[in-house]
Design a protein around this ligand. Structure first.
Ligand SMILES: [Zn+2]
Length: 106
């Protein structure tokens, strides 16, 4: 399956407790159809004591979320938009905003 979201994309969360929040894609997990967004969808994990952290304790970490729960933000539209792909004259395939036709891949 081909996903339209890539690392470093600006996205907005569409559902859940962080609906409407925006962030940057830190990682895409294509096998699972999930993305990790910087500083969003944080979860608390209990960590066992280790060399680095002898006490152990609770750490906050970004949890992956489904790609279908996020939308790409178009810089020109200043909001979440649907994205299509098209081929340029030189054969390169780029993503574009379906609302204003602005090419997202620079
Ligand atoms: Zn746009």
């Amino acid at each position: 399956m081909h996903f339209k979201i890539r690392k470093d994309d600006q996205i907005m969360i569409k559902v859940g407790r962080e609906k409407g929040k925006t962030g940057k894609v830190a990682r895409v997990i294509p096998d699972k159809g999930m993305v990790v967004i910087e500083k969003l969808n944080m979860v608390r994990r209990h960590q066992k004591p280790s060399q680095k952290n002898k006490q152990g304790g609770i750490v906050e970490k970004e949890a992956p979320m489904s790609i279908s729960n996020v939308m790409i933000i178009c810089e020109k539209c200043k909001g979440p938009v649907r994205v299509g792909t098209k081929k340029l004259d030189d054969g390169k395939s780029v993503r574009y905003c379906k609302k204003c036709s602005e090419v997202i891949d620079k």
